[in-house]
Design a protein around this ligand. Structure first.
Ligand code: SAM
Length: 462
C-alpha cells in the first residue's frame, strides 16, 4: 500500500476506535513503520489547523473523490511535511489546489498573529501533561555504573544536585541540572525537555531512556541473582533489560512476545544493552505450558500485557479514550494472562503492570484473579511511601501503585505485586526463604538507598 493511503486508513481506524496509533500502524503492514508513524502522528498534531485550511480552501467540495482522511494527510505533507514526494494521481489532484491552500495557511497565521507554523498549534492537554514529566534516565549497570554516568554528565556541563529527598523536588529542575531519583537507585532525573536520543551513552546502551513508572515493575519484582524469571509480554524489552541488570546477567530470563517485529527490535536492543541471560521466544504466553519442566524453577514473573495505553502522556490527539468494548476485550486477555502466570508451580512473586489508567484493566483484573487464586496468592503492600495508590474498589486495593503526571511526575501507570503465601508453596519447588519481612521494609529507612547492603538479606522491595 502507498504511504498516503496507508496513513489515511490508520486515521480512519483511529476515528473508528479500532486501536491505539502504534497498534494500527503496526497492523497496517506498511514496510516503513517509522515513516508511517511519523506522518500520521504529525498529521494528527496539525489536525485542527488542517481542518480549518481545507474548509477555507473548499478542498473536499471541489474534489469529491478525495476522502477527508486522505485529504488531510496530503495537505499536511504539502504544507508542513516533505512536500508530496510521492502520491501519484492524488498528488496531482491536491497540487491543483496548492495556491489556495497556501493562501489559507497564510491567512490563518495573520488571524492568529503568529509567524511560524508550530505557533499555530494550541498547547494540548497531553502536551501540558508531558511537560510535567521529567526526562528519566536509567543507568544500565550491565555496561557502566552510576558514578561514571554522573561524572560524564558533569563533564558535559550539567550540575548534579544529588539524591532528591522528595518527589516534588523533581519538578523544580531547570536548565542543565539533574537529580538522583528518590525511589529508584539507578535512575537519574533531568528537566522534561532534555533530549538524549543522540547522546553517545544512549546510542551505546549505557543509559536507557525509560519513564520512572515503567522502571517500577522490574524494581519491585527484584529477582535475586541466579533466579529464573519469565517476562511474559516482553517486547520491546525495556523491562527485560532492567531485569537483566538487576540479575547482573546471572540467572535466566525467558521472554515471550507474540509480535515478531517487536521481538526483532527487542533483540537488537538487548544486544546493545549487554543482556546475555535472556532467551527470546516468539510465542503466545497463554500457550506456554506451566508444567513444562523447562519452567519448573521459574519463581518470578513480570506480566506487562497489552493494554489501552491510556496513561501515556504522549498519546496523540485523535487517540480517544478507549471504548467500553475495547476495555472489555483487553481486560479479558489481561485476566487470562494473569491467571495463567499464577499457574507456574514454583512462582513466588509476580508483578502485574499496565500503562493504562482504567480501573477495568487494573484493580478489576487483579481483584477477579485474586478471587480465583485467593488464599494461594496475596497482594503485597509495596513502596508505602509512594503517594498514589490503587483505587479503593476492593479491600486491599491500596496495596497497588498508581502513577500519573500530577501525583508522581510520570506517565499514567499501574502496578500490583502478588506473592505466594508461605503455606501454599505450590508443588514443593519453592524452596527459597520467606520474603514477607523484606517486602514490608519500613519507610523510615529510605527508598532503597542501601540496596546493595540489603540485597544480602534478599530483594529490596519496600
Ligand atoms: N514489557 C514491554 C516493555 O517494557 O518493553 C512492553 C510490553 S507491551 C505493553 C505488551 C506486549 O505484549 C506487546 O509487545 C504485545 O505484542 C505482547 N502480547 C500481546 N499478547 C500477547 C500474548 N498472548 N503472548 C505474548 N505476548 C503478547
Amino acid at each position: 500500500m502507498a504511504l498516503y493511503t496507508a496513513a489515511a486508513s490508520v486515521l480512519a481506524g483511529l476515528e473508528r476506535r479500532e486501536g491505539a496509533l502504534k497498534t494500527l500502524v503496526y497492523k497496517s503492514r506498511f514496510q516503513n513503520i517509522k515513516q508511517l508513524y511519523a506522518l500520521v502522528s504529525e498529521t494528527l498534531r496539525y489536525s485542527p489547523v488542517l481542518d480549518s485550511i481545507m474548509a477555507g480552501a473548499c478542498l473536499l467540495k471541489a474534489e469529491k473523490k478525495l476522502s477527508p482522511h486522505l485529504a488531510k494527510v496530503l495537505v499536511y505533507d504539502l504544507l508542513f511535511g516533505k512536500g508530496l514526494k510521492c502520491g501519484g494521481r492524488w498528488k496531482v489532484l491536491v497540487q491543483k489546489h496548492r495556491a489556495r491552500l497556501q493562501a489559507e495557511l497564510a491567512r490563518l497565521k495573520v488571524r492568529k498573529k503568529v509567524s511560524c507554523n508550530e505557533d499555530l498549534l494550541a498547547p494540548t492537554e497531553s502536551g501540558n501533561k508531558a511537560s510535567q514529566v521529567p526526562r528519566y534516565v536509567r543507568v544500565n549497570t550491565l555496561k557502566t555504573c552510576m558514578d561514571d554516568v554522573v561524572d560524564y554528565f558533569k563533564r558535559q556541563g550539567y550540575s548534579y544536585l544529588g539524591r532528591a529527598s522528595r518527589m516534588e523536588e523533581l519538578s523544580s529542575l531547570s536548565g542543565k541540572q539533574f537529580f538522583l531519583d528518590p525511589h529508584l537507585p539507578e535512575l537519574l532525573v533531568f528537566p522534561s525537555q532534555t533530549d538524549f536520543h543522540e547522546n553517545r551513552l544512549y546510542i551505546t546502551g549505557h543509559i536507557i531512556l525509560q519513564d520512572k513508572a515503567s522502571c517500577l515493575p522490574a524494581f519491585l519484582l527484584s529477582p535475586p541473582l541466579g533466579s529464573q524469571v519469565i517476562d511474559a509480554c516482553a517486547a520491546p524489552g525495556n523491562k527485560t533489560s532492567h531485569l537483566a541488570a538487576i540479575l547482573k546477567n546471572k540467572g535466566q530470563i525467558f521472554a515471550f512476545d507474540l509480535d515478531p517485529k517487536r521481538l526483532a527490535t527487542m533483540s537488537t536492543m538487548l544486544v546493545r544493552a549487554g543482556v546475555t541471560c535472556c532467551e527470546l521466544a516468539s510465542e503466545d504466553f497463554l500457550a506456554v505450558d506451566p508444567t513444562d519442566p523447562k519452567f519448573s524453577n521459574v519463581s518470578y514473573i513480570l506480566l506487562d500485557p497489552s493494554c489501552s495505553g491510556s496513561g501515556m502522556v504522549n498519546r496523540q490527539a485523535g487517540e480517544s479514550t478507549p471504548s467500553m468494548e475495547r476495555l472489555r476485550a483487553l481486560a479479558a486477555f489481561q485476566r487470562k494472562a494473569l491467571g495463567h502466570a499464577l499457574r507456574f508451580p514454583a512462582l513466588r512473586r509476580l508483578v502485574y503492570s499496565t500503562c493504562s489508567v482504567e480501573k477495568e484493566e487494573n484493580e478489576a483484573v487483579v481483584w477477579d484473579v485474586l478471587q480465583e487464586h485467593g488464599p494461594v496468592f496475596r497482594l503485597v503492600n509495596v513502596l508505602p511511601s509512594w503517594p498514589h495508590r490503587g483505587l479503593a474498589t476492593f479491600p486491599g486495593a491500596e496495596c497497588c501503585l498508581r502513577a500519573c503526571p500530577t501525583a508522581t511526575l510520570t506517565n499514567g501507570f499501574f502496578v500490583a505485586v502478588l506473592e505466594r503465601q508461605l503455606e501454599h508453596n505450590g508443588q514443593g519447588s519453592c524452596s527459597a526463604p520467606p520474603i514477607k519481612a523484606e517486602v514490608d521494609g519500613g519507610e523510615g529507612r529510605g527508598p532503597c538507598a542501601t540496596r546493595k547492603k540489603r540485597r544480602k538479606k534478599g530483594p529490596c522491595v519496600q
